[in-house]
Design a protein around this ligand. Sequence first.
Ligand code: ARG
Length: 571
Amino acid sequence: MDTMTRLASLTAETAASLFPDAQGLPGAEELRGLLAVPPDPALGDYAFPCFRLAKPLRMAPPKIAEALCSAWSHPEVAEVRPVNGYMNFFLNRANFAAEIMAELKEKKDRFCASDIGNGKTICLDYSSINIAKRFHIGHLSTTMLGHSLKRIYDFLGYRTVGINHLGDWGTQFGKMICAYKKWGSKEEVEKSGVDALTALYVRFHEEAEKDPALEDEGRAWFKKIEDGDEEALAIFSWFKELTLKDAARVYDMLGVTFDSYAGESFYNDKMEPVIQDLRDKGLLTLSEGAQVVDLSEDKMPPCLILKSDGTTIYATRDLAAAVYRQNTYHFDKCLYVVAYQQDLHFRQVFRVLEKMGYDWAKNCVHVAFGMVSFEGEALSTRKGNVVLLEDLLDQAVSKAREIIEEKSPNLENKDDVARQIGIGAVVYTDLSNNRIKDIDFRWDRALNFDGESGPYVQYTHARCCSLLRKAEGITAEPDWSALTDDEAQALLRLLSRFPDVVLEAADKYEPSMITRAVTDIAQAFNKYYYEHRILDGEPAQAAARVALADATRQIIKTGLYLIGIEAPERM
Ligand code: ARG
């Protein structure tokens, strides 16, 4: 049982024994929810507001606080002070330290893990890149948010299914094949990959301005893909392969993986039953030649299902995908990690699923996020200033390499550490704010070893590792009373709260809470490190301080892992 749960149940017991006749006293569980952590540690480690007891006890909160405080006694609590209707708890510091350290020692890197997700499945749709396009930094957030959420849910015991819902369907692919047949060459495409495809696409549009008949040819090729024509499919699969080979390099660098690459085209033969179902349920209406689901009751524009020429669209595919995922994985939740620009799209799709009578539609969640700009400049494909993710990561690694050369010229595996730091810097920046906020990526901030950055947190981890290497000779039993100073207690408090942070991050789909927590822990540790000589003094006291460094190392490592960042032991 953790400290908060114990304090809550002791408070409930004390109230019940002091006021045996009171009716409707809240139980321990409700009290635990009310227990707060005061913003200022001078007000105690925990505070309980007595307002909730005023009605059942028919007493003013300050009186209740006084009564409960004077009746209170427990070795875990050094003092309980009534302040303005609150009970302020001051824990027995040595005891608090001993408890957390014992728990950490027992659970090791499963300290914040849990089994609350056992037996439940979460589908995560993330990254979802588009075929024949380069991987630019516009797809960084979806990739890293999704990857991090997947790790978080895995850690909490859920079964997770990571899905890369590839954008591999649309008339542009017909145009690309048409252009390839006319002006392309196998060698060129083999050599320049996705860039060659982009060039073909651009050429198609230039030529089509002069000769509009090309558009029909492009459409005809697209129809061939849809109809499963052998040649069209072969060329298209080859384009797809090239794009995925490109993307695989980026995914490898980031350590990102997927369980499924079922993209839009995967649903080619799975839409008909869904469309029939919509028709049977009387949900389809004709609007300007197109088949739509009317959503005016929900104050949304109609959801387009079939265009006037009978072809399906993005939304039709998402409907089929949702139904397929539910039937295949029986998900308890399906998360769509996609930019907020697609907000209306997902509201429409989820609403249509609901209208179809699928009660699981309420378990579909759009996990939206803001835009990324780069050194103050918005990214736009039109203006051509896209930053390729691979270039950004390469640059980050080489900048990290320069810093290492300057600061730690004798380090072994410089290349490997540079890779971990460079990529960590990019990922940290991406996951450092509330996801809905826009991000401006700046080198000086991302690679600042002293500020709030990935390298700073990684450096703190390496500092802990180095201390532990030096402390190998210390074998005494730790004396936890060495951890009763303010700095140690502040750090212990952050460590003890970490499991709750992980739960909350999962609940709010917000990995940035973990980024925040590891940063706070790193700062609290460094403060401790500067104020206290860890390895000096009595062996039993040094042993306690070393154990604290070890606990810090472990939690930072877990936290970084959960946001997709590696933790080098030396840097
Ligand atoms: N490929 C789309 C894009 O890049 C994202 C797809 C998101 N997932 C989905 N099921 N619609 O904008």
